[in-house]
Design a protein around this ligand. Structure first.
Ligand SMILES: [Zn+2]
Length: 544
């Protein structure tokens, strides 16, 4: 595991000090803490300056013409608590990567100057290098991407960046458009999420990867990170991850970076002193004082207020967000590893006796169908000539679940297989479930409300037992989305001894876990009702 800079590493190496000075001159921060004031030059906190100096650390043997290879680090990762100033800092670095002196341009003899006028900026700023200091120059054609799990999330960096451009001299070099920021020489800064597949493989010179602690296989962001790094390698560009602490049970991009053994990734992570309990109010305060040290705009009383409130519902999340620690969520329902161990993909021929589980949503959560055979094999069926999986993420369908697609899929499954039962969670889909009842018969289509605590608890336990019990023959298709959703599910206690499921974090989906539970419940009920027995063969009457 690559060691992290905990704020005590000596800063005794050559670096592009022209970069933080350029940022202070060109990037203005709007008021913080709710005070109305003129936008102020961005004077970095100590930790921001430390991370900047480290990211732009130049190798002693660097030669003119080298791009990423002139630097000590190929990429960086900054782990810092909520509201400590990651967003504005990343925006400042992005502005510099766009039009500032971020590339190595040789070693100064002393007295050389970086003069803004030579780079199309009329602000009049001049930086004089000292002897032996590495000098900087901008990219000729800068191509940048700000990347996050959603448009909302990209705003963490894009908004302060827009404000910086609006409030200072950058407007001369950077033009904020509807879709992207235009830079000199056809350069640009794009905002991308996992749905921007077309742009993701593009060659780029710099990428911000924001909140990589929630970039997982499940939301397809692992692939985004890999694709983006390929695009960077082609241009000899570099990238920067920023994140809160993560849940170590999720194998996020942030976690993989942190656990990687490579030496050319800079990591900044100020962990609180060991031995302090986050559950204890006094010790929690000490933790905050440590991890927010130097973020002078922070009101630790306000942080304590938010942390204490989140502690009531999501103690692990509070400790990650505000305590900067890596802690697993509590209340795990079914360990993802245990679920994954049951993967034994197989082909299910048409005409097989199966049951279906269905959970429908509208605009945010996913809609999905899982099927199970009566000998305990669960899978995500496919439909249409394209063999599409019966999983609909509204984000991939223009923001809304495509109801006609779902209808078509149900219809096809009913024709292709002998569906003996289909359990449907009705909210948002009441009229559709009515229609299915009518068309396929109410003996087959059953409304199954997952809000019923007694029944839902029992169904959760039934699947849990059949996945974890040694002598169970339950198996599944290894569907990646289902595995991720199982990993996101947490127990939410409803009474002393009963629980239903909830999400580990608001952005994490669990719909496929719910659908698996419904399918498995339907299978169990079908077997109990004798529907697993083969239909009686036609008898030949024997006359004696
Ligand atoms: Zn300037």
């Amino acid at each position: 595991m690559a060691a992290a800079d905990d704020g005590t590493w000596p800063l005794d190496f050559p670096t592009l000090y022209v970069v933080p000075d350029w940022i202070a001159q060109h990037c203005r921060l709007e008021s913080v803490g709710g005070l109305v004031s003129e936008p102020q030059p961005f004077q970095m906190y100590d930790w921001q300056l430390r991370a900047t100096a480290s990211f732009y650390r130049v190798r002693p043997g660097a030669t003119v013409g080298q791009l990423s290879t002139a630097f000590h680090y190929r990429r960086g990762q900054v782990i810092a608590p909520q509201k400590s100033g990651k967003g504005p800092w990343t925006a400042g670095i992005t502005a510099a990567e766009g039009v500032g002196p971020v590339l190595f341009a040789g070693w100064a003899e002393g007295g050389e100057r970086y003069d803004c006028r030579a780079h199309g900026c009329g602000c009049g700023w001049v930086y004089e290098y000292e002897a032996g200091e590495p000098m900087g120059r901008p990219w000729t054609k800068p191509l940048l991407q700000i990347t996050a799990t959603s448009e909302d999330q990209t705003d963490n960096v894009y908004r302060p960046l827009q404000a910086m451009i609006r409030n200072g001299p950058l407007g001369e070099l950077m033009k904020v458009g509807e879709q992207f920021i235009r830079l000199p020489n056809d350069g640009r800064i794009d905002v991308v999420t996992s749905s921007a597949q077309s742009r993701l493989g593009n060659p780029i010179t710099f990428a911000v990867q924001d909140e990589t602690g929630i970039w997982t296989e499940g939301n397809k962001m692992t692939k985004v990170a890999t694709t983006q790094r390929r695009g960077l390698a082609g241009m000899s560009g570099r990238s920067l991850e920023t994140t809160n602490g993560w849940d170590p049970s999720e194998n996020s991009v942030a976690q993989r970076t942190a656990e990687s053994k490579v030496k050319d990734v800079y990591r900044f992570h100020r962990l609180p002193p060991g031995g302090l309990s986050y559950a204890n109010k006094v010790e929690r305060r000490k933790i905050h004082r440590h991890v927010y040290a130097g973020s002078t705009h922070i009101d630790l009383d306000a942080i304590e207020g938010e942390a204490a409130e989140l502690m009531e519902k999501e103690p692990a999340e509070a400790e990650r967000f505000f305590g900067n620690r890596i802690v697993a969520g509590t209340g795990t329902w079914l360990h993802r590893d245990r679920w994954d161990e049951r993967a034994r993909p197989q082909e299910i021929p048409d005409g097989t006796v199966v049951v279906l589980g269905f959970d429908g949503s509208d605009i945010d959560d996913w809609t999905a169908i899982r099927a199970e055979t009566l000998d305990g094999y669960q899978f995500t069926p496919t439909y249409s000539s394209l063999a599409l999986p019966t999983i609909w993420d509204p984000a991939e369908w223009g923001g809304q679940v495509p109801r006609l697609e779902v209808h078509a899929a149900v219809d096809e499954l009913m024709r292709r297989h002998q569906v003996v039962r289909m359990y449907c969670d009705p909210p948002y889909w009441s009229s559709e479930v009515d229609a299915w009842e009518e068309r396929y018969g109410e003996r087959r289509v059953t409304r199954w409300y997952t809000t019923r605590i007694v029944q839902m608890h029992a169904a959760c336990e039934r699947l849990l037992t059949d996945v974890t019990k040694a002598d169970s023959t339950f198996a599944h298709d290894g569907c990646e989305d289902t595995s991720a959703h199982v990993g996101h599910a947490r127990k939410a206690a409803r009474t002393a001894d009963r629980y239903v499921l909830r999400k580990a974090a608001p952005h994490q989906k669990i719909d496929l876990a719910v659908v698996s539970i419904l399918a498995h419940e339907a299978a169990g009920d079908a077997i109990a009702a004798g529907q697993a027995r083969p239909k009686a063969p036609r008898r030949t009457t024997v006359i004696r």
